[in-house]
Design a protein around this ligand. Structure first.
Ligand SMILES: O=P(O)(O)OC[C@H]1O[C@](O)(CO)[C@@H](O)[C@@H]1O
Length: 185
């Protein structure tokens, strides 16, 4: 099978996934982000890349957004939102970050495959996405892709959809947002 055949298979997997996402959970996350003073995102590995791409777009919309662990990241405070992006909900570094945020008193949101995980239970609000766990643990999963790829793709598209929701809410368009795009690159 050639590459484009696989590309089409991936698109089909994504099409099947969209109806499995809760609009109510998405709207609740939207409201938390709108209500937060600052928004912090964290994720490990590929989940972390997706989290970063969402932080970048939030910045383009004028939201005070940070990636946990970067040198220019601000102080997390009680009016802030921490958004943890984790398929398993068991990644140790993220658990530690969530525990610290809890002691500060801010709000924790998680986007995950596993709402009953350690991080899922710690969160104030959860968006459950479909996909397969990264270990694909021997049971049947609706994907031909390795490890957490389907979850990671769904998370990217979910965040891009959330950005469109914000753009509508804030009456933004791509030109206004491009005005905030980095020009030293
Ligand atoms: O999304 P989780 O379960 O926190 O796991 C993150 C890990 O999974 C991966 O995204 C692989 O699927 C890795 O890049 C990363 O180490």
């Amino acid at each position: 099978m050639d590459t484009i055949h696989y590309f089409n298979k991936i698109v089909k997997e994504l099409e099947h996934s969209a109806p499995l996402i809760s609009s109510d959970e998405a709207e609740t996350l939207f409201c938390h982000i709108v209500g937060a003073k600052k928004v912090f995102v964290a994720g490990a590995g590929r989940s972390g890349f997706i989290a970063k791409s969402f932080a970048m777009r939030m910045m383009h919309m004028g939201i005070d957004a940070y990636v946990v662990g970067e040198t220019v990241t601000a102080t997390f405070e009680k009016d802030d939102l921490l958004l943890l992006c984790t398929g398993s909900g068991e990644t140790k570094t993220l658990t530690a970050i969530g525990e610290k945020a809890k002691t500060v008193g801010g709000t924790i949101a998680v986007v995950t495959l596993s709402p009953l995980s350690t991080i899922g239970k710690m969160a104030n609000t959860t968006v459950t996405l479909p996909g397969a766990p990264k270990d694909q643990d021997g049971s049947h999963h609706e994907t031909i892709q390795p490890m957490g790829s389907l979850f990671e793709q769904i998370m990217l598209l979910f965040f891009d959809a959330l950005i469109l929701r914000f753009m509508h809410h804030k009456e933004l368009d791509t030109n206004k947002m491009y005005g905030k795009h980095a020009n030293l690159e």
